[in-house]
Structure formats: structure tokens, C-alpha cells
Design a binder for this molecule. Structure first.
Ligand code: Z5A
Length: 218
């Protein structure tokens, strides 16, 4: 097929707890990829600029209430509305680095105090979204995360919640064992975390280009 004969960009996801350094590391990775004369785009979820993103933003800042299922589906919709743009970028040969994705989507909702929804229920709306070629899980203990200036003011930025989130991330990744998930020790100094990530990225590049659209989550 003609459309499949041109290599596409890679889809890379960076996940982790609050304060694990996701945004910092995404920026460093994008710069390093660009340094290799490759096209790269950074995307962050939630994308707070869209209509769904603004509702999510109000909720996270405690300015609006939502029931747990409704806010969960808004986070998912915020990803679904970005899919076509992502696929177009990948097809044009651009590598995408995503700061939080479906994995955060499922685990934060399932970690809520009232246990209102299960991890299985929470994963369902993610089915069909493009599956990343690589997931970098920035692993850090909640004690070390707290030392980085403490948590912010937003909903979910509490230590008990972050402990549950970490356990659920690990459980979800063990269930999705067909994915290419790499654990990164994010408790290390900045450059050492970046070096670990770069080694993993180089392996992905060495494994050769990808073609067609990425498979969908099942
Ligand atoms: N959420 C959800 O419920 N459902 C969903 O579907 C999605 C998300 C996508 C907002 O996410 C909330 O939404 C989040 C999950 C939920 N709730 N919580 N918690 P967000 O991504 O917008 O916000 P965030 O996770 O709170 O991002 P963050 O605070 O910006 O964390 P970060 O990106 O991982 O860290 P950072 O900004 O790169 O670094 C934080 C600080 O640590 C900063 O001062 C750095 O200079 C410092 N840092 C970073 N790395 C190091 C190292 N290695 N050593 C020392 N200091 C470091």
C-alpha cells in the first residue's frame, strides 16, 4: 500500500507520578531528538486549551464539580479529539512525545478515595486509541516526589492518592504486558534520568522505522 511505504514517526509516551519530572524530561528528549535532525512534536494531556480541557482545568483547580464517571470520560474525550491530528503528524514522519496519556487516565480515576470506579471500567474508553511504540514510566517514590517542592494545590496532589496511583500504574502495566513499557529511575538527578531515557530511545531508533498507523489499544 502506497501510504504505508513511507516510514512514520514514533509515538512515545512519558508517564509517572506528579513531580516525577515528566515535563522536564519530555522537553529534554524533544531537544535531543531534534538534535538528530528529526521532526518531533510535544503533546501534553490534559490539553487544557480545548473546550473539554477547560472543563477539566476547572475541575482540577476545584472551581467546578463533576461526577467521577463524567470527569473520567472528559479526560478520555480530550485524548480522542486529538487522535486525527496525532495520526496526521505521525504519517508526516514526525515523532510525538506525549506527557501523560491513557495510563494516567485509568489510574487516577481508579485511585479515587470513594473507589467509585474500577480500573477495568476506567480503561474501557481508551480502547481504540493509538498504542504507543514506547512508554517511559518515570518511577519515583512518593517520599522523593514530595521533596521536590511538595505537591501543588490541585485535586489529586495528595500523598495518599499518589501512593495508590503508583501501585495502580504498576498493576496496569503488568496487565498490558504486550506494550513496550520501560521503567526509568526518576529519583536520580536530572541528567542521569535523561541519560537513561536517551539509551532507551536509541534502542527504539535502532529497532528500525515504523509503518502505517500504530495499532489501537485493545
Ligand atoms: N489526570 C487524570 O486524572 N486523568 C487523565 O487522563 C490525565 C491526567 C491525562 C494534571 O496533570 C492532573 O491530571 C494529574 C493527573 C490527572 N494529577 N495529579 N497529580 P498534569 O500533567 O497537568 O500535572 P502534573 O502531573 O501535576 O505535572 P507536574 O507537576 O508538572 O509534574 P511533572 O511534569 O512530572 O514534573 P516537572 O514539572 O518536570 O518537575 C516538577 C519539579 O521537580 C520541578 O521543580 C523540577 O525542576 C523538579 N525536578 C524534575 N526532575 C528532577 C530531578 N531529577 N531531580 C530533582 N528535581 C527534579
Amino acid at each position: 500500500v502506497e501510504a504505508d511505504s513511507k516510514p512514520r514517526g514514533h509515538l512515545i509516551v512519558v508517564e509517572g507520578l506528579d513531580r516525577s519530572g515528566k515535563t522536564t524530561q519530555c522537553e529534554m528528549l524533544c531537544e535531543d531528538i531534534q538534535g538528530r535532525e528529526k521532526k518531533v512534536k510535544y503533546i501534553k494531556f490534559p490539553d487544557r486549551t480545548t473546550a473539554t480541557g477547560q472543563m477539566i482545568n476547572s475541575y482540577l483547580q476545584g472551581k467546578a464539580e463533576q461526577n467521577d464517571q463524567a470527569i473520567h470520560l472528559l479526560f478520555s474525550a480530550n485524548r480522542w479529539e486529538a487522535v486525527q491530528g496525532m495520526l496526521d503528524e505521525l504519517q508526516s514522519g514526525t515523532t510525538i512525545v506525549i506527557d501523560r496519556y491513557s495510563f494516567s487516565g485509568a489510574v487516577y480515576s481508579a485511585a479515587k478515595e470513594n473507589q467509585n470506579l474500577s480500573l477495568e471500567w476506567a480503561w474501557n474508553p481508551e480502547i481504540g486509541l493509538p498504542q504507543p511504540d514506547l512508554v517511559l514510566f518515570l518511577d519515583i517514590s512518593s517520599e522523593d516526589a514530595v521533596k521536590r517542592g511538595g505537591y501543588g494545590e490541585e485535586r489529586y496532589e495528595k500523598e495518599e492518592m499518589q501512593i495508590k496511583v503508583r501501585t495502580l500504574f504498576k498493576h496496569l502495566f503488568s496487565k498490558l504486558d504486550h506494550l513496550n513499557v520501560r521503567n526509568i529511575d526518576a529519583g536520580q538527578p536530572l541528567q542521569s534520568v535523561a541519560d537513561q531515557i536517551w539509551q532507551v530511545y536509541l534502542k527504539l531508533e535502532e529497532s528500525g522505522p515504523a509503518y502505517g498507523n500504530p495499532p489501537s489499544f485493545s
